[in-house]
Design a protein around this ligand. Structure first.
Ligand code: ASP
Length: 584
């Protein structure tokens, strides 16, 4: 037997027992003639003591991260370590068996490592020995088990779908795999199992889920991974309400069983229109207020051209920020002008003890400014920030400013959780550049039944106004899940492809299989998918998903440890009928 106990297991009541442990050397300290070794495994750290004598000669040759098997007697420690669960005891060693030596690790295996991102990625297997990463993976494991337990408990079947498939249109680029057996042809890796889960509904598996890897070849924005994991779900004979209540149940079970948090009552819900209007975002962070107010009707006609010419003028009231200095306000003004925010400038109104002051005093009387202050419920001590411009762009910019002010005022505490459902998204987005509609969610999302007439209209504005029977789950301002009630009528599906600008041949070539399947008794159905990595990160109170993935890629989509992607042999290229145009 390699070990009788783990390194996290021994307690005071084990004193006197002879035990065998195995693990890695965390650190060695020498004191007088004695050596103290901290032995570590997944479960914890146990202190080993080597008294004078032969064993000390062995102990002297040990280094960090050597792998040991040790035998000894559990003893009570004279100076106890309250921080360690095993801190009351130590093992007086009788035997040390070096199972393997180790090179000196390139960084320290402590909670705060001295190694930078790059080096830790290269030696990920060493980084994974560190506590924060171990905790992150444990949390992920627990989340996955809870999801399975919950969904299995209410009759969901976990069914695997293929990874080598034909392109699924989710709006991103596909990763493709050349087929040796079918020269010149390619598989695509799934951006999600969307079409398969719908085919499973046609096949009668009315409650499906899968914790599944998805692949999207996007330009990597911060904290995106080219491969990521979804909790992918689909149900038949359901309406939106059934989906929301089923998965609200799942999310509550996760909160309860993983974080020991309970939510009373239903999660809040908000329409897309309200989300944009009050938060300037389709994923509002409702941990704090600072809602946006449209004030165009209060500010026009005073010869202030910026407001007069703007389609939209909106304000937020920042509680208690009237004390912001001119310098701070200038800095915020510069901040909103950054391309990522995209505002042209910022107007402020300070509601100070000694009266109302603003950057537009030239145009507005104190009484007029007071009307604005009342409209946004500002009181003495508050600061009003105003942006003006085109409606959607300015709403979004104001929403971004709202989040920034939330950050600056410390209103976005990761220990707080504010779940939210957002529903009734637009079905389509018009793209000026390509002069065509794109599906806002994906092309299988059903229009709201009351909008079907508009959906079939030949007027572009009518079509643009169609609402989708789609919903997102948002947690703390992050979209964690999204789904919809699907189209299950092949005629409506055909119309969708037509609206998206596919010729009927193109639609048949790409999606013939699903249009056809819908002709064989497709039940009404709908579903949702959750971004599992991000869900875990939020539950862990972290912003970055990388720690919650055992072997992630870096921001350039590279696996630094494997040094992938990489070139392949010429012969392998020939076999796949490939030629590269890149000279290396
Ligand atoms: N397949 C969709 C996605 O990945 C989710 C869904 O509609 O169920 O966003």
């Amino acid at each position: 037997m390699y070990r009788t106990h783990t390194c996290g297991e021994l307690r005071i009541n084990n004193v006197g027992e002879q035990v065998t442990l195995a693990g890695w050397v965390q650190r060695i300290r020498k004191m007088g003639g004695m050596s103290f070794i901290d032995l570590r495994d997944r479960y914890g750290i146990t202190q080993l003591v080597v008294n004078e004598g032969d064993l000390n000669t062995v102990a002297e040759k040990l280094g960090r991260e050597f792998v040991l098997q040790v035998k000894g007697i559990v003893a009570e420690r004279s100076s106890k370590n309250g921080k360690l669960p095993t801190g009351d005891v130590e093992i007086k060693l009788l035997e040390i068996n070096v199972l393997n030596s180790s090179l000196t690790p390139p960084f320290t295996i402590e909670d705060e490592s001295d190694g930078g991102e790059e080096i830790r990625s290269k030696y990920r297997y060493i980084d994974l020995r560190r506590n924060p990463l171990k905790k992150a993976l444990e949390l992920r494991h627990k989340m996955a088990q809870e999801v399975r337990k919950y969904l299995d408990g209410i009759g969901f079947m976990e069914i695997e779908t293929p990874v080598l498939i034909k392109s699924t249109p989710e709006g991103a680029r596909d990763f493709v795999v050349p087929s040796r057996m079918n020269p010149g042809e390619f598989y695509a890796l799934p951006q999600s199992p969307q079409t398969f889960k719908q085919l499973l509904m046609v096949a009668g598996y009315d409650r499906y889920f899968q914790i599944v890897r998805c692949f999207r070849d996007e330009d990597l924005r911060a904290d995106r991974q080219p491969e990521f994991t979804q909790i992918d779900c689909e149900m038949s004979f359901v309406e939106r309400e059934d989906i929301l209540s089923t998965f609200e149940g799942m999310i509550k079970a996760l909160f309860k069983n993983v974080l020991n948090r309970e939510f009373s009552g239903q999660f809040p819900r908000m329409s897309y229109t309200d989300a944009m209007k009050y938060y300037g975002s389709d994923k509002p962070d409702i941990r704090f207020g600072m809602r946006m107010t449209e004030i165009k009707h209060l500010v026009g006609g005073k010869d202030f051209a910026v407001f007069d010419s703007a389609e939209y003028v909106g304000a937020i009231c920042v509680d208690g920020a009237a004390s912001y200095t001119r310098k701070q306000l200038d800095e915020i003004t510069e901040w909103v002008k950054r391309p990522q925010v995209g505002a042209k400038g910022l107007v402020y109104i300070r509601i100070a003890e000694d009266g109302i002051k603003s950057s537009v005093d030239k145009f507005y009387t104190p009484a007029e400014l007071k009307t604005i202050a009342d409209a946004v419920n500002a009181k003495v001590g508050d600061l009003i920030l105003i942006l003006a411009g085109g409606r959607k762009k300015t709403q979004e910019a104001l929403g971004t400013l709202r989040i920034e002010m939330g950050n600056r005022l410390g209103l976005r505490d990761n220990a707080n959780y504010a779940p939210l459902w957002v529903y009734d998204f637009p079905l389509l987005e018009w793209d000026e550049e390509t002069q065509r509609f794109y599906a806002m969610h994906h092309p299988f999302t059903s229009p709201k039944p009351e909008d079907l007439d508009k959906f079939y209209s030949s007027n572009k504005d009518d079509v643009a106004a169609v609402a989708a029977n789609a919903y997102d789950f948002v947690l703390n301002g992050t979209e964690i899940g999204g789904g919809s009630i699907r189209i299950h009528d092949s005629a409506v599906q055909k119309r969708m492809f037509e609206v998206l600008g596919f010729s009927s041949e193109e639609a048949d070539y790409k999606f013939g299989f699903i249009i056809n399947a819908f002709k064989y008794g497709a039940p009404p159905h709908g579903g949702i998918a959750f971004g599992f990595d991000r869900f875990c990160a939020l539950f862990g109170g972290q912003e970055t998903i990388r720690d919650y993935i055992a072997f992630p890629k870096n921001n350039a989509g590279r696996d630094v440890m494997l040094d992938a992607p990489s070139q392949i042999d010429g012969s392998q290229m020939d076999e796949l009928f490939l030629k590269s145009t890149v000279k290396k």
